[in-house]
Design a binder for this molecule. Structure first.
Ligand SMILES: O=C(O)CCC(=O)C(=O)O
Ligand SMILES: [Fe+2]
Length: 220
């Protein structure tokens, strides 16, 4: 299939519900679930530590150091599987990526809270390619202050590709809510370009007061 625009004011979104075939997506889910070094990180919020309600991993080129929810991550080196995927996504999108954040939502109790990917390392108008594998989950978008618009829901099925570009992160937040539906695991990869740690992009920080509030503990 092909990438086509999702109409949303102040955002630049492209969506391909079938970027990978079902078979390809299932094979990739199996290999990445096994070969990725998954971790459950903790997040500091209001002076307390909480386990993130999902497993994560960060891969990329050495310069792609990244600060996320108050944590600094050194990327693990690319694996052949991730490099091949990056190549494919660069060809399909015309963008360049030097890193990928992987999230594994083990079941419907795993989630990601409302945030925008507006860390200074990503620059003012990041292009983020989000590839989903496994269980279909509902991805929600809501406007940030200054924009009045109803929220948008997009069901991200296995093999789908969502491209967020331009001012999307400045005007919109997104989240992956919990669900009580019995679901298998879902793996999401967000390919990004992260500027080096020399601070080149710091002056472009536009949303300095944005918070990546991500507290949503599992109840088990
Ligand atoms: O799992 C998803 O679809 C969203 C992931 C996300 O927003 C992120 O990694 O920043
Ligand atoms: Fe995000």
């Amino acid at each position: 299939m092909a990438l086509s625009p999702l109409a949303l004011p102040g955002a630049d979104l492209l969506f391909d519900p079938g970027f990978l075939s079902e078979t390809e997506a299932a094979a990739l889910l199996a290999s990445l679930s096994a070969e990725v070094a998954w971790e459950q990180r903790t997040i500091r919020l209001f002076g307390q530590q909480f386990p993130q309600p999902r497993l994560t991993a960060w891969y990329g080129s050495a310069e792609a150091r990244y600060t996320y929810s108050g944590l600094t991550w050194e990327p693990r080196p690319w694996t052949p599987t991730l490099l091949a995927l990056r190549q494919r996504l660069e060809t399909a999108t015309g963008a360049r990526f030097n890193s990928v954040l992987l999230n594994l939502y083990r079941d419907g109790r795993d989630s990601m809270g409302w945030h925008a990917d507006d860390e200074p390392e990503l620059g003012p108008a990041p292009t983020i390619a989000s590839l989903s594998l496994g269980a279909t989950r509902r991805f929600r978008l809501r406007p940030r202050s200054g924009l009045v618009h109803p929220p948008l829901s997009v069901d991200l099925a296995s093999g789908s590709l969502l491209l967020m570009r331009g001012a999307t992160q400045q005007h919109w937040q997104h989240a992956l809510p919990k669900t009580t539906r019995p679901l298998g695991p879902r793996l999401n990869l967000t390919f990004r370009w992260v500027a080096g740690s020399d601070g080149r992009l710091l002056s472009f920080r536009l949303n300095s007061c944005a918070t990546a509030i991500d507290y949503a503990g599992r109840t088990d």
